[in-house]
Design a protein. Structure first.
Length: 455
């Protein structure tokens, strides 16, 4: 950037973290008034962590042999731990979205995750945010033309739970403050790939951070569909008044709808709360159905220890199996001495998969019905249905939405598609981000959106 000068970038800049069920992302908005291609940047935390994609890092912690591992290294250890009935801690959404957050935070990790009984879910979340802080710091430090001081910008995180307005959740503010102290104490140890950090060092850092927390610079949590809708409206060349976000992630399927008002400054996104839904009809449900189908073909027996090891291994590789079957028409997994292949047609004909699709269509129709009624009353001819999250590329999803719309939104045009340069509505997105943008959209939108009070 040319216009850095002595400007205080931290007053306008925001960093947003998206704790995905499977993958975490982060983005920075230097100033929402700057052109998008200049002011908004996804951060390459995956490149720093050694992950498969430069913008995504696995949301995983693994405790093994007296050490704690994070991200890609945690996944590697988890694969090796299949034979010893060990599990990684995958995703923090269960804590972020818990009905009783404090109780969930106080709960100890299961023995299969932490045999030492050292850590609570709160400890794990503090450690993981500290790890992400180090990835973000390194990303900003290595990024070209990044203004100095932006690491001290206020932080946001995307939340599966709607919290109106822009207030700070005090429990998460405390967690971010302790994570800032842990990040400072353990520093670049988080970045030493393959080495992990000893349990003793982690515990010492956690105890010290509890007594002397740092400044996590947390501003707010942002409702995930709100962030996705903000990204959609920022990047679209043809904004509409009514927007539905279908965020089909690895663990939850969230639907939310918004009324976009450009007549005020800044433009407002008012949620149509009657359309909000959260269900378990998400990516991991497709994983479960696919794995069960494969294991049935293999003659799976839950009483057989070898078969149970196969099940653990299958759960760790489910995302790749799903990617293969939808991209290549088949997927293959080793079960004992055999290789089991499932064809896309076998999955499509599976009764469990058909039941899943019917239930998902009914969920989509329920939200569409509410928004279609609003659109018809307002004389709005079009509704944008924005597909976000890792499941946005599922090939059956667009047809499922259109089928639901045919029954409840007659006379309304549905523009359905993922946030991607492949979609002609979003050609302003960097074409190199075409595959991954639906996954990073929440982090990008969360950093970009001006915090607008709920009506």
């Amino acid at each position: 950037m040319d216009d850095t000068g002595e400007r205080d970038w931290t007053s306008r800049a925001r960093i947003c973290i998206d704790f995905g069920t499977a993958l975490s992302k982060a983005a920075i908005c230097l100033d929402p008034m700057l052109p998008l291609e200049v002011g908004v940047k996804p951060l390459p935390i995956g490149a720093i962590s050694g992950a498969e994609h430069p913008l995504l890092t696995p949301s995983v912690i693994y405790v093994d042999d007296g050490r704690v591992y994070f991200g890609p290294q945690a996944l590697q250890h988890a694969h090796r731990g299949v034979d010893t009935a060990r599990d990684p801690l995958i995703s923090f959404k269960t804590v972020l979205g818990a009905t009783n957050v404090q109780e969930a935070l106080r709960t100890k990790l299961r023995p299969s995750m932490d045999p030492t009984g050292t850590f609570t879910h709160r400890d794990a979340l503090v450690l993981y945010i500290a790890y992400l802080d180090q990835l973000i710091r390194e990303s900003l430090d290595l990024a070209p033309n990044m203004p100095s001081g932006v690491i001290n910008s206020k932080r946001r995180y995307t939340s599966p739970v709607w919290r109106p307005g822009s207030g700070i959740d005090q429990s998460f503010e405390a967690i971010f403050n302790e994570a800032a102290a842990v990040s400072a104490l353990l520093s670049r140890q988080f970045l030493l790939q393959g080495e992990g950090i000893s349990i003793a060092q982690c515990k010492q850092a956690l105890d010290r951070a509890a007594n002397a927390p740092g400044n996590g610079m947390l501003e707010t949590g942002i409702f995930e569909p709100h962030a996705a809708a903000a990204a959609a409206l920022a990047f679209t060349s043809q904004p509409t008044r009514f927007v539905i976000v279908l965020d089909i992630g690895a663990g939850t399927n969230d639907m939310a709808a918004f009324d976009f008002d450009e007549s005020v400054e800044p433009p407002s996104l008012s949620e149509i709360k009657e359309a909000r839904q959260c269900s378990a009809l998400a990516g991991d449900e497709v994983d479960r159905i696919l794995i069960e189908l494969m294991l049935r073909k293999a003659g799976f027996d839950r009483n057989n220890p070898d078969d149970m090891r196969t099940l653990r291994a299958a759960r760790l590789t489910a995302r790749e199996l799903k990617k293969d079957i939808f991209r290549h028409g088949k997927c293959t997994m080793r079960v004992g001495r055999k290789y089991i292949t499932v064809l896309a047609k076998e999955l499509a004909d599976d009764p469990n998969f058909r039941t899943y699709q019917q239930a998902l269509a009914q969920t989509i129709a329920a939200s569409l019905r509410v928004v279609a009624q609003r659109a018809q009353a307002a004389g709005a001819p079009t509704i944008d249905v924005v597909l976000a999250g890792g499941g946005s590329h599922l090939p059956f999803l667009t047809a499922l939405v259109q089928h639901a719309g045919n029954s409840v939104a007659q006379g309304i045009q549905l523009r359905i598609g993922p946030l991607s340069p492949v979609n002609p509505l979003y050609t302003s997105i960097d074409s190199s981000l075409r595959e991954v943008f639906p996954q990073i959209a929440m982090a990008v939108g969360g950093a970009l959106v001006e915090m607008m009070p709920a009506r």
